[in-house]
Write a protein that binds this ligand. Structure first.
Ligand code: IMP
Length: 217
């Protein structure tokens, strides 16, 4: 049985500062406090090899490996953008879309690493001839919480939307400036963090996780 009352401090497995800020803001409302992997004593150079083929596999890999190193309750998010007209790409390869030679390889893809700007430009090139109505996509987040006894809870969230072929706004990170969530006429790059943290895939996954914790705790 999970002792919900001791779940005040949770280690975030991610090094992505944007994700930590979002997870922190959402979990604060649930009375949970996030600490970084650095604060939990995880060596800075330790990298989790994300070699899973699904969000769920990678989410579990990250949470379980960091939990083994720090011995504390650990939470991990694996997330990405699923684009219908690209048969689900970039999906689990969202962070390294422009770098990954196996996914829609293009002349000029940078080596084995890529940043948000390169990923966005690659996505723009691939969808520029597709009509807006067909540029449907969703962000997916799978959150896994792993406990020191090895048990785990997993929860998923999605947000549907359309993609622009240009970037708008400077809030958020990743593909946010290209993504217009359903029911809005502005991108996640233009919408406030407060709105994103209410409707995003990560917010939904964390709310689902919280529900599961309430049910079992
Ligand atoms: P991960 O850190 O391996 O889970 O990769 C996540 C990648 O998916 C990020 O680097 C972004 O490219 C993309 N992504 C996930 N969530 C978001 C979001 O909330 N906004 C924009 N891009 C996101």
């Amino acid at each position: 049985m999970i002792q919900y009352d001791i779940m005040k401090t949770i280690v975030a497995a991610t090094k992505n500062k944007h994700k930590i800020v979002e997870i922190e803001a959402i979990l604060k409302d649930f009375g949970m406090h996030i600490i970084t992997r650095d604060e939990a004593g995880v060596p800075g150079d330790f990298e989790v090899e994300e070699n899973g083929t699904t969000f769920e596999e990678n989410s579990y890999l990250k949470a379980s490996q960091i939990m083994k190193l720090c011995g504390e309750i650990t939470i991990a998010d694996d997330s990405g953008l699923v684009v219908d007209c690209l048969q689900g790409a970039p999906g689990v390869y969202s962070a390294r879309f422009a770098a990954f030679p196996g996914i829609w390889p293009e002349e000029g893809d940078p080596g084995d690493d890529s940043d948000d700007g390169e990923n966005n430009r690659k996505l723009q090139r691939l969808i520029e001839d597709i009509p807006y109505e067909e540029r449907t996509a969703r962000f997916v987040s799978v959150i896994t919480m792993v406990f020191p006894d090895g048990s785990s809870i997993v929860a998923e969230g999605e947000v549907e939307g359309h993609l622009l072929t240009e970037e708008r706004g400077s809030c958020g990170f990743g593909y946010d400036p290209m993504f217009v969530p359903e029911g809005y006429d502005r991108t996640f790059g233009e919408l406030s963090g407060e709105i994103k943290n209410r409707i995003s895939h990560r917010a939904k996954a964390l709310a689902a996780l919280r529900k599961k914790l309430d049910e079992i705790g």
